[in-house]
Design a binder for this molecule. Structure first.
Ligand SMILES: [Zn+2]
Ligand SMILES: [Zn+2]
Length: 191
């Protein structure tokens, strides 16, 4: 059971989650040891669309790819204008649009369907177009409304597509030229 879940998550490119957060995975459903499962709420910049994510993210990462930048360039949210995307990986079943579903529009880019607010153009989430890879989604972290600042579970683990960056970032996170192997990339690190 656990093995099959880990295998499926690995197929989704979430094997890093399995390796680093194995304890949480065994607990299931993203629940942390002992405590009740947290609900993280968010909304787009114009508040037309509200959503909830159950439990902690599988991981979060910064992405410098052209797709992330292009999508963000239309957003009215200044937080989206940093020159790179900030995405939280969740299991799809733990994500729910709670208001404004009818305000969602979607575009397809690189085999991913990206859902945006039709009013403020903020990216809400993205999911693969491949039916076999729809167990996980990427949620735009900039829309979360954290009561007490960003939780440690949302600390990004890496930069992806750093070779396409428009801004240099001086942090200690691994900087992948494209993406890690578990996300179907070369796994090469930028020196
Ligand atoms: Zn909006
Ligand atoms: Zn990207």
């Amino acid at each position: 059971m656990i093995f099959s879940r880990m295998t499926r998550l690995a197929i989704l490119g979430f094997s890093l989650f399995a390796a680093s957060y194995g304890a949480d995975l065994k607990n299931g459903e993203g629940k942390m040891d002992g405590g009740p499962m947290k609900i993280y709420k968010g909304q787009c910049y114009c508040a037309s669309i509200h959503f909830e994510a159950k439990g902690e993210p599988l991981f979060t990462q910064y992405c410098h790819c052209n797709k992330c930048r292009l999508v963000a360039s239309d957003s009215k949210n200044p937080a989206d204008k940093k020159g790179y995307g900030f995405t939280a990986a969740y299991q799809t079943k733990n994500f729910e649009i709670t208001k404004g579903k009818n305000k969602l529009i979607s575009i397809v880019s690189n085999n991913s369907r990206l859902y945006l607010c039709s009013e403020c153009k903020a990216l809400i989430y993205g999911i693969s177009e491949d039916p076999d890879k729809q167990e996980g989604i990427g949620i735009n972290v900039n829309n979360f409304q954290f009561a007490e600042g960003i939780p440690t579970s949302f600390a990004p683990v890496r930069h992806t597509w750093y070779q396409n960056r428009i801004i240099n970032l001086d942090d200690k996170l691994p900087k992948f030229k494209d993406t890690p192997k578990e996300q179907f990339g070369t796994g090469e690190l930028y020196e």
